[in-house]
Write a protein that binds this ligand. Structure first.
Ligand code: SF4
Length: 301
């Protein structure tokens, strides 16, 4: 089958399977083009919880499909590329969280959504990079164990100085590669541009940029800005949506290392195959699902 034939088959199968295709902003353009909805982790979580479709094809990485399954356990959630993982999520497991809780009995655990279902099940609250600061400000507890992204945790802690934090040393191996030198170079090469960065970047990088936000916050910022030039500090997949939504504006990546191999593993053929064979279904133990759902629902609430 050629590309158009595969797309036509996917459209046919979507109706037959009562399916919706959700795609993260970092996946390849050809997948974003056919998705029913594209967004960041928070938007995709909400969509997974609200859709009436019986089947969710989740084009992203494993923890995202798990999150969709946790929020919609009665639905079939299919992950087109089974080996699409996340370096950051894999830096911690449920035993690590149990140990942190034992060492810090007065603290509550706030878990970034980029984590496994088993880790979420050991956590009190989930958060995304969009809502982490607000969520932590509103938690009555004064001590927070923030997992697994140490950079994000420290960037949040700077905005909530009256609380005590325990950090995990995990990091995203895409955002963590950005350096202060990259920001300085961008300022020299693009003096009129606004420099935007994701809060998974190192704190010293965050201190140097003009705007810090999740992918959804970056999209809003650019759309509402009268500026013409932007330097983007997140995974390169976001450029597809930025360019589509802002035809007169110019975008440059903050570094040429902003490429997540796991996010690029899903192709059109993978989407067709999972819908055709109804395979790669995400399954989660019921006890884990129920506990993780509580942590996610506290965030969505
Ligand atoms: S970009 Fe970073 S946080 Fe996102 S999936 Fe890739 S490794 Fe994980």
């Amino acid at each position: 089958m050629d590309k158009q034939q595969i797309i036509d088959k996917i459209v046919e199968l979507k109706t037959k399977r009562d399916a919706i295709i959700l795609a993260h902003l970092y996946v390849p353009e050809e997948i974003q083009e056919i998705a029913d909805f594209t967004g960041d982790s928070l938007e995709l979580s909400r969509m997974a919880a609200q859709t009436d479709a019986k089947t969710i094809v989740f084009c992203g990485v494993k923890f995202m499909a798990e999150t969709a399954k946790i929020l919609s356990p009665e639905k079939k959630v299919l992950l087109p590329s089974l080996d699409a993982g996340c370096f950051l999520a894999d830096t911690i497991n449920e035993h690590d969280v149990k140990r942190l809780k034992a060492e810090n009995p007065a603290a509550v655990v706030v878990c970034y959504v980029n984590s496994s279902a088993a880790v979420k099940a050991q956590s009190d609250y989930c958060c995304t990079s969009s809502n982490a600061v607000d969520l932590i400000k509103n938690i009555p507890a004064q001590e927070i164990i923030f997992i697994p992204d140490g950079n994000l945790g420290k960037n949040i802690a700077d905005q909530v100085p009256h609380k005590k934090f325990v950090f995990w040393s995990g990091y995203c191996n895409v955002h963590n590669t950005i350096t202060v030198k990259d920001v300085e170079t961008a300022r020299t090469l693009h003096p009129t541009a606004e420099i935007l960065a994701h809060p998974e970047c190192r704190p010293e990088v965050i201190a140097e940029v003009d705007f810090v936000g999740s992918t959804a916050q970056m999209l809003r910022r650019v759309k509402n800005s009268s500026r013409k030039d932007f330097v983007i500090g997140t995974e390169k997949g976001i450029l597809f949506r930025l360019k589509n939504e802002n035809p007169g504006k110019c975008f440059t990546l903050l570094s040429d290392r902003l490429y997540c191999p796991d996010m690029k593993k899903t192709g059109l053929r993978d989407v067709y195959d999972v819908l055709n064979e109804m395979k790669h279904e995400t399954m989660i133990d019921v006890q884990i699902q129920k506990k993780a759902e509580m942590a996610l629902n506290r965030m969505l609430a």
